[in-house]
Design a protein around this ligand. Structure first.
Ligand code: ZN
Length: 318
């Protein structure tokens, strides 16, 4: 009896509910056109997600006014933005030694009360392999003088790698610094004279003959040159917004500190200076301190920059 008594009431309720929705939807359709849509939160897209350790990523923020302040971080490192096809675009890196798993990428915006959204970025493990290298034992067990030399050099290179110029200095697609086969890929660990080195290879080694000119892959400013114990003759370029590229083991440096560099300019010649087993170019890229795979970053610039027409920095970027 109880269930029968409920039925008429249920049907009536359903009818009223449907009618209400119908009337409400008519009202919405009639009112929609003249009323401006309230500004909602921006859409934040992270690509790729999931991503490999050692890979670059990008954040696309859609729906923000150009003068709206925006800040973002990933793995404790800032992300800088620049306008791109009406959106704001920022690069970040999953350092080659980042902990595998979920990491928050946080974006804050808004001229008034700060608003925030967090995207979970999943970093996957990637096997980069191990290589065996034979070098003089004096380049593995350093003398006190060489240890002191590397300590001083590390201060200079750490400072260069921490450079975070606010403006993006480059446009278009990165080009290859040399044309040649990569004989030791990024991320690989080395067994030096039989002992595993815990530091992974933080660049890509191009097997090219000594004397081959090394070209700047994109515009930037030379922030460090020098002869270093491990890296030999080296050039570091700041491309702006925390993006730094480096070129090691050169036989000759053809750039000076502070020099403005255009894409394709010659930075030096391939050599075998520093701790090497033969002539090659070591090419590295860091994004705000994250060591990433240079060829993968080049592919990303090709993907996003095929019709890029501006490098005007956002008014209110970090
Ligand atoms: Zn290398």
């Amino acid at each position: 009896m109880a269930s029968m008594a409920k039925k008429p009431f249920g049907s009536l309720f359903l009818s009223i509910l449907l009618a209400s929705f119908f009337i409400a939807s008519l009202g919405c359709a009639a009112d929609f056109a003249p009323v401006p849509e309230p500004e909602g939160p921006p859409a934040v897209t992270v690509l790729p997600n999931p991503m490999d350790r050692g890979a670059p990523g990008r954040v696309v923020v859609t729906g923000l006014k150009p003068d709206s302040p925006i800040q973002a971080t990933f793995d404790g490192k800032p992300i800088f933005f620049f306008p791109h096809r009406g959106d704001l675009l920022g690069f970040f890196g999953a350092d080659v030694m980042i902990k595998v798993g979920d990491h928050p990428l946080t974006v804050t915006w808004g001229p008034g009360p700060e608003q925030r959204t967090t995207v979970t970025v999943t970093v996957k493990d990637k096997s980069y392999g191990v290589r065996d290298i034979k070098v003089p034992q004096s380049q593995v067990d350093l003398s006190p003088a060489d240890l002191e030399r590397t300590r001083i050099e590390r201060i200079a290179t750490t400072k260069a790698l921490a450079t975070q110029s606010p403006e993006k200095l480059w446009t278009g697609e990165f080009i290859e610094p040399v044309n040649g086969r990569i004989n030791s890929s990024f991320g690989r660990q080395s067994r030096l004279n039989g002992v595993l080195n815990t530091r992974p290879h933080a660049g890509a080694d191009y097997l090219v003959s000594e004397g081959t000119p090394v070209k700047a892959p994109a515009d930037g400013i030379v922030i460090l040159t020098g002869n270093h114990f491990f890296a030999g003759n080296s050039v570091y370029i700041d491309h702006g917004q925390g993006l730094i590229s480096m070129y090691f083991h050169l036989s000759k440096i053809e750039a000076i500190d502070g020099q403005e560099i255009k894409k394709g300019d010659i930075l030096g010649l391939v050599g075998k200076t520093g701790r090497v087993t033969g002539a090659h170019l070591h090419y590295g890229i860091y994004i705000n301190g994250a060591r990433i795979d240079p060829p993968v970053f080049r592919q990303m610039t090709a993907t996003i920059n095929s019709d890029e027409s501006t490098n005007i920095p956002a008014k209110s970027q970090l």
